[in-house]
Design a protein around this ligand. Structure first.
Ligand SMILES: Cc1cc2nc3c(=O)[nH]c(=O)nc-3n(C[C@H](O)[C@H](O)[C@H](O)COP(=O)(O)OP(=O)(O)OC[C@H]3O[C@@H](n4cnc5c(N)ncnc54)[C@H](O)[C@@H]3O)c2cc1C
Length: 502
């Protein structure tokens, strides 16, 4: 058993990356920039993983992520290679960014423009302009601290992690309060708190359970805006893939890895489903971390990992609808979140009783409202995401009936807001449930966002990006550090590469 991750990779040796999600692509780029020969093996027909592409009848959909924030993280990824992101990816601003809607017709619209933000908050909570400014000051401080001192570097112990923080900074990061309680420090209005708290869903978590520190999620979007790459989120993946190939990363698709080969607690390489054997002293797995350990490691290591995995708390699953609509929906903005009357009850159903809620929150994205080329002329793409419990909450046939219930609920709720979509408006529908997400991308228990971001699963308390059992094995992606979401997994690839090279 090795105690440190050091010196697994010399700059001229070969490294294998399993999985071409954004974390895997980022790891491959950083390894290649350090001089390694990099071969990336992706099971599916294209890279991107959860940030994949669906195309039918002239409609183009992103499979998972639809919100792109913290663009500077991606600029840094291209910048590391001496390139400019704008030569690869065309980012279109989306502002106002998100509209929140409640069943009684109330709404709240967020914008990265300060005057509009203050106006909107003041409409719901008169006199709240100073609270908005205080919130932005507080979250800015946390956000800057997070990226300057916490999430952008590797650390193996709590002490090493927080060492760069002053005592005053430690006190300000609000890890002891829930996100919901943290928002209550600034806003009295329940709708503002519910709207900003529902950013917890970006991490697949409940605002009643996530640490208050995650108030930075809203700040990141307000300060740096929300964006859509031209061509959809997959436009970003295409740009990053192009960069990787230009740098000389060898990418093989339709190449499913069957297992990681290990001898004397050292990585030897991998074996593909085809039976092909590849040798390398370093493997970075971008396959969801618990799934890597349970399915790709030799039995003795997998058994050991199984005990740890049982203790890992995962984020929720998702049912995703991809609707090719016959007509545009001029009254609907690009992004909306539909919140229920019983906000707390919906989160409790998801994370405590673990059953699909009768009145779930859901999220819609009409990317063609920003990039018309994503749908045929006059038509629209509509993506709907409903957070649901993990795949073991229901059998396959039960998922079918849950989908029917959710579709009915969504259409009814939209109609209530004056957005009437008849079945005849939906030219083509594709639906993915947690079992489908698991099957396509190997997501542990069908969890859409990976390991949860509870207090005890952050920083060095989160599953580490290097194996303590197997020398030369590293992890990149949503279930390891720093966490889930496109910017975070891009960083995770960099951090995993640094481990392999350190
Ligand atoms: C529905 C949904 C909505 C989301 N919305 C957003 C959003 O709006 N904004 C945002 O920032 N984030 C969002 N996320 C989160 C974001 O998509 C993920 O955090 C991120 O894409 C995960 O990237 P990853 O690097 O962990 O790899 P993954 O995307 O999980 O990729 C892993 C890759 O490994 C491959 N693989 C698996 N097994 C094997 C094998 N045996 N051999 C070879 N290859 C294999 C898979 O095919 C896949 O390509 C969303 C996620 C989901 C599911």
């Amino acid at each position: 058993m090795s105690a440190t991750p050091h010196q697994a990779l010399r700059s001229s040796s070969t490294a294998l990356v399993i999985g071409g999600g954004l974390g895997g692509l980022s790891a491959a780029i950083h390894l290649r920039l350090a001089g390694a020969h990099v071969l990336l093996l992706e099971a599916n027909e294209r890279v991107g993983g959860r940030a994949g592409l669906l195309r039918f009848d002239g409609y183009r959909f992103d499979t998972g992520p639809s919100l792109l924030n913290y663009p500077w993280v991606f600029e840094n990824l291209f910048g590391a290679a001496g390139k400019r992101m704008r030569d690869y990816v065309d980012l279109i601003p989306v502002d106002p960014s998100i509209r929140f809607q409640w069943p009684d017709g109330a709404s709240f619209t967020l914008s990265a423009r300060l005057d509009l933000l203050i106006e909107e908050c003041s409409r719901l909570e008169p006199g709240s302009a100073p609270a908005v400014m205080a919130f932005l000051r507080d979250t800015r401080l946390k956000y800057d601290l997070a990226f300057a001192k916490l999430v952008s570097r590797n650390a193996d112990s709590l002490w090493e992690w927080v060492r760069p923080l002053t005592l005053r900074e430690c006190a300000r990061i609000s890890v002891w309060r829930s996100l919901h309680a943290e928002l209550g420090r600034f806003f009295r209005n329940r709708r503002i708190r519910e709207a900003l708290g529902s950013y917890g869903m970006y991490l697949g978590g409940s605002p009643f359970e996530l640490p208050g520190f995650f108030s930075i999620l809203a700040y990141g979007e307000l300060a740096y805006g929300l964006w859509l790459p031209r061509g959809g989120i997959f436009g970003l993946i295409e740009g990053v893939e192009r960069l990787a190939r230009e740098l000389g990363v060898d990418i093989r698709v339709n190449a499913r890895v069957r297992g990681i080969r290990v001898e004397n607690a050292r990585v030897q390489g991998i074996e593909l489903e085809s039976g092909e054997i590849l040798d390398a002293p370093v493997v970075i797995s971008n396959v969801d971390l618990p799934a890597t350990n349970l399915r790709l490691l030799p039995q003795a290591y997998a058994d050991r990992a199984a005990r740890r995995t049982q203790r890992t708390s995962m984020t929720c699953g998702a049912i995703t609808f991809y609707w090719g609509l016959r007509r545009a929906l001029p009254n609907m903005p690009h992004h909306s979140i539909f919140l229920p009357d019983d906000y707390r009850g919906a989160f409790d159903a998801l994370f405590r009783t673990r059953r699909p809620s009768d009145d779930p929150a859901f999220y819609t994205s009409i990317a063609s409202a920003t990039d018309a080329a994503l749908a045929p002329p006059g038509a629209a793409t509509m993506f709907v995401l409903v957070p649901v419990p993990l795949l073991e909450a229901a059998h396959t046939e039960q998922w079918d009936s849950i989908v029917q219930d959710m579709r009915r609920h969504i259409l009814k709720r939209l109609a209530r807001h004056g957005i009437a979509i008849g079945r005849e408006d939906i030219v083509h529908e594709i639906v993915w449930t947690p079992p489908e997400w698991e099957r396509r991308f190997g997501l542990h228990r069908g969890s859409a966002f990976g390991a949860a971001h509870t207090l005890l699963q952050n920083g060095p308390l989160r599953s580490s990006n290097w194996s303590r059992d197997i020398h030369g094995l590293y992890y990149a992606g949503a279930s390891t550090t720093p966490g889930t979401g496109l910017p975070m997994v891009a960083l995770s690839g960099k951090l995993a590469a640094e481990r392999a090279l350190s």
